[in-house]
Ligand binder design. Structure first.
Ligand code: ADE
Length: 241
């Protein structure tokens, strides 16, 4: 059987901060490639490679391809923050991706809006078993935080090279993709790479802001003060399943 190796990715350093301390004996291999630093080691008895990609679809897709080709990862876990698109979601809630859209893909009139040219689909679907496992791990993490009334939901994630900071732009996106739960800048790009290489992906996003005029301030505060604790705690729970 092929050796199981999990690629753990975040977009920004803050989204994976502290996780390296969870390597059982420290990072056993540190390699720099294409201006990314890849740390390999053991976490909760699992073989993992940890990296931050920087923001956006190109940065995330190239890093995912690199994890698969050079490190032979058999599964990817992407963790970080997102802006809420579903008005019921609050800062601190956790979204597990069940479907991934590239909201800025528009090759009309050659292909339908959002359709990935020559792939014949406008979305990538997550493995329902992995979604359930990630929801359970996130729920356990939130339960361990005193006073937390945050929720965990499974939902569609819309990714694109855009930071949403305007209510009317978010409303326009929601009119195009009504089921969207949250917006971020990497998940659906990694989902396309994973689809093309035939490996599973789980995306776990904590809501940092409401993707409106207030989002630059809320995002910065959440990233600095909270994001790493969420990512680290949820990944720890997930790896110990
Ligand atoms: N990631 C976190 N908040 C976001 C937002 N408002 N837009 C895009 N990506 C985000």
């Amino acid at each position: 059987m092929k050796k199981q190796i999990i690629g753990i990715m975040g977009a920004m350093p803050e989204e994976i901060a502290g996780m390296a301390a969870d390597f059982t004996q420290g990072s056993t291999l540190r390699i720099e490639r294409g201006q990314r630093v890849y740390d390999r080691g053991i976490m909760s008895d699992r073989d993992v490679v940890l990296v931050y990609t920087r923001c956006g679809k190109v940065a995330a897709a190239t890093t995912a391809a690199h994890l698969i080709i050079e490190f032979g990862v058999t599964e990817i876990l992407f963790t970080g923050v997102a802006g809420a698109a579903d008005p019921a979601l609050r800062v601190g809630d956790v979204v597990i991706g069940s479907a991934y859209y590239q909201h800025d893909m528009d090759a009309r009139p050659l292909f339908a809006r959002h359709e990935i040219p020559l792939l014949g689909t406008d979305r990538f679907l997550a493995d329902p078993v992995r979604v359930k496992t990630a929801m359970q791990a996130s729920t356990r993490f939130l339960a361990s935080r005193e006073g937390s009334n945050s929720r965990v939901v499974a939902g569609a994630i819309a990714s694109g090279d855009k930071f949403f900071a305007c209510r009317s732009e978010l409303d326009e996106l929601r009119s195009r993709i009504p089921e969207v739960a949250c917006v971020e800048m990497e998940g659906a790009a990694v989902a396309q790479v994973c689809h093309e290489y035939g490996i599973p992906l789980t995306v776990i996003r904590t809501i940092s802001d409401s993707a409106d005029e207030q989002s630059p301030v809320d995002f910065a505060t959440f990233i600095q003060e909270v994001a790493s604790a969420y990512s680290r705690g949820i990944v720890r729970e997930l790896l110990s399943c």
